[in-house]
Design a protein around this ligand. Structure first.
Ligand code: PBG
Length: 329
């Protein structure tokens, strides 16, 4: 055979690594951590093997375990001691995230990102204040009052920054949330705190295990009136552009694996760092298949995260963070 081009030449040992286009490092990863104010014992999360809700007194040791693997950043989610229609515990000075953040930043070197949302804090489980006249038992279709919710999100972000959060990550998909949070942070003296916006967040069935973990499932209706329609691709670029205009520092796409086209689009259209959230359902399905002996877990986890980077993500939020960091060591 007279072949000029033999791509296999570069797949040999010794040269493979030199020509590889994408790398995965533990410093690309953010590990989600659940802190639960309702318990004083660690609670395993059944649909997310290896993950637990930890009580406040274990928050620091939980984060120390993450740091030991080489992962340097955590994303904190809170389960409050009580819920109400407005989600007021989300911005309480003695709230679960505020306390955890103060402890973790005082006692560890972790880079602390906080999820800024209301669904774990409202008794109806929606990501904001309901429109007038609705309550937790309504079967309404339009649900969350966008502009009223912005005020709550501002309070939450400022309370997290005051507790020492290094970065805030609004995930509620309210219009104008990034701009509102940016001006509130600046006004209160936190202009150094970056915003990682859940910029293109889809109304996804892959969040199921998380909603068990964080106890944030809506008690009625769904999130399709604020989260994006999985059918839409071009809309993602418009959504993300709005967050860029409003001052987002990092642009997140969520979920990750079923939305790699969106990750690639955002990478191509914007110069900002791009984050992707490898969500709870993406984690749960690989674990379930591995448990049956149908997939080899470490291999599929590494390949999944590499593919998210290849699509264009700079950083990845993933429940695999610690295991993958260990495997990379
Ligand atoms: C909202 C929030 C959700 C997730 C992260 N932040 C749930 C939702 O929108 O229903 C999902 C993360 C995952 O599935 O891993 N606070």
């Amino acid at each position: 055979m007279d072949l000029t081009h033999r791509p296999r030449r570069l797949r040999q040992d010794g040269v493979r690594g030199l020509v590889s286009e994408t790398g995965l490092e533990s410093t690309d990863l953010i590990a989600p951590v659940f802190v639960d104010a309702t318990t004083d014992e660690r609670q395993p999360i059944e649909s997310m093997p290896g993950h637990e809700r930890v009580p406040l007194e274990d928050a620091v040791s939980r984060v120390e375990d993450v740091l030991e693997t080489g992962v340097e950043a955590v994303m904190l989610f809170g389960i409050p001691e009580s819920k109400d229609p407005e989600g007021t515990r989300a911005w309480a000075e003695d709230g679960v995230i505020q306390k955890a953040t103060r402890q973790i930043t005082a006692e560890t070197d972790a880079y602390v990102v906080t999820d800024v949302c209301l669904c774990e804090y409202t008794d109806h489980g929606h990501c904001g204040t309901l429109e007038d006249g609705l309550d937790a038992h309504d079967e309404a279709t339009t649900t969350v009052d966008n502009d009223a919710t912005l005020e709550s999100l501002e309070r939450i972000a400022v309370s997290h920054a005051a507790a020492g959060a290094d970065m805030v990550a609004p995930s509620g998909m309210m219009d104008g949330m990034v701009g509102a949070i940016r001006s509130a942070l600046d006004r209160e003296g936190y202009d150094h705190v970056p915003i990682m916006s859940y910029a293109a967040k889809y109304e996804s069935a892959f969040y199921g295990p998380f909603r068990d973990a964080a106890d944030g499932a809506p008690s009625f209706g769904d999130r399709r009136h604020y989260q994006m329609d999985p059918a839409n691709r071009r809309e993602a670029v418009r959504e993300v552009a709005l967050d860029v205009e409003q001052g987002a520092d990092v642009l997140m796409v969520k979920p990750a694996l079923p939305y790699l086209d969106i990750v690639a689009d955002v990478r191509r259209e914007f110069d900002h760092p791009v984050a992707a959230y490898n969500v709870s359902g993406e984690y749960a399905m690989l674990h379930a298949a591995a448990e049956k002996g149908w997939l080899e877990l470490e291999g599929v986890a590494l390949e999944s995260l590499l593919s998210i980077k290849r699509a264009g993500a700079d950083l990845i939020l993933t429940y695999f963070a610690e295991d993958v960091a260990d495997a990379l060591e």
